[in-house]
Design a protein around this ligand. Structure first.
Ligand code: AP5
Ligand code: MG
Length: 192
C-alpha cells in the first residue's frame, strides 16, 4: 500500500523524546511504504562516519542541545528532494523542532501538502523511564533533562503552529506499541 486516499502519504510526527516516534515510524514504513526521514538517525550516521557535519554535531547531541537550524534545514531539503520521498511519500521524525524549521519546511514542501502532523502524547515520567531503559549514548540523566526542556521551549510552539493551521492530531501514546499503532492508523485515516 503506498498511501491513503489520493497520492502518497506525507506526515510529520511529534512527541517528546522517548515517546515512540522511531518505533511507530518503522511500522509506517512497512504499512504505507513511506520514507522514514529521522533527522536524529541521519545525524547519528554522520557522527559514526566522522563527516564534517558529524564532528560538529557530536558534542551538541551528547549534551542534549539542538543542532543549528541552517544545517538541519539543508539536510531535510536535500533528503526531501530524493525520489523515494517525492514519489512514495514520507514521515518526518524529529523535524521540524523549532519555528524557523517549520517555516523552512513549508517553503521546502511548496505544493506537496502534508496530510497531518501527529503528536504522540506520553507523560514525562513514562518517557524518562523508557529512555533510561533504552540507554542510547545521549540518554544520560543530564542529556534527557536538557532534551525534554528544549522540547517544551522550542518544539511545543511548533505543535501550536501546526494546530493553528488545522494540521495537528494528537494520539494517546501511553500504552503498548500495538495499541498506539492502532490509534495512530485510525487517526491518520480519519485525517486523510
Ligand atoms: P532524535 O534522534 O530525534 O532523538 P530524540 O528527540 O531524543 O527522540 P528519541 O529518538 O529519543 O525518541 P523516540 O520518540 O524516537 O522514541 P523511540 O521510538 O526510540 O534526536 C537526537 C538529537 O539529534 C537531538 O537531541 C538533537 O541534538 C539532534 N537533532 C535531531 N533533529 C534535530 C533538529 N530537527 N534540529 C536540531 N537538532 C536535531 O522509543 C524510546 C524507547 O521506548 C525505546 O526503547 C522503545 O523501544 C520504547 N518504546 C516505544 N514505544 C513504546 C511503548 N508504547 N511502550 C513502551 N515502550 C516503548
Ligand atoms: Mg527517535
Amino acid at each position: 500500500m503506498s498511501g491513503i486516499g489520493e497520492g502518497p502519504l506525507r506526515l510529520v510526527i511529534f512527541g517528546r523524546q522517548g515517546a515512540g516516534k522511531g518505533t511507530q515510524c518503522a511500522r509506517l514504513v512497512e504499512e504505507f511504504g513511506v520514507a522514514h526521514i529521522s533527522t536524529g538517525d541521519m545525524l547519528r550516521a554522520a557522527v559514526a562516519a566522522e563527516t564534517d557535519m558529524g564532528l560538529k554535531a557530536k558534542a551538541v547531541m551528547s549534551s542534549g542541545g539542538l543542532v543549528g537550524d541552517d544545517i538541519m534545514n539543508g539536510i531535510v531539503r536535500d533528503r526531501l528532494d530524493e525520489t523515494d520521498a517525492n514519489t512514495g511519500g514520507f514521515v518526518l521524525d524529529g523535524f521540524p523542532r523549532t519555528i524557523p524549521q517549520a517555516e523552512a519546511l513549508s517553503i521546502i514542501l511548496g505544493k506537496r501538502e502534508l496530510h497531518a502532523a501527529v503528536n504522540i502524547d506520553v507523560p514525562l515520567e513514562e518517557v524518562t523511564a523508557r529512555m533510561k531503559a533504552r540507554g542510547r549514548e545521549d540518554d544520560t540523566e543530564e542529556g534527557i533533562a536538557r532534551r525534554l526542556e528544549l522540547y517544551e521551549q522550542e518544539t511545543q510552539p511548533v505543535l501550536e503552529w501546526f494546530s493553528a493551521r488545522n494540521r495537528l492530531i494528537t494520539v494517546d501514546g501511553f500504552s503498548t506499541e500495538d495499541i498506539v499503532w492502532d490509534r495512530l492508523v485510525s487517526a491518520i485515516k480519519a485525517a486523510a
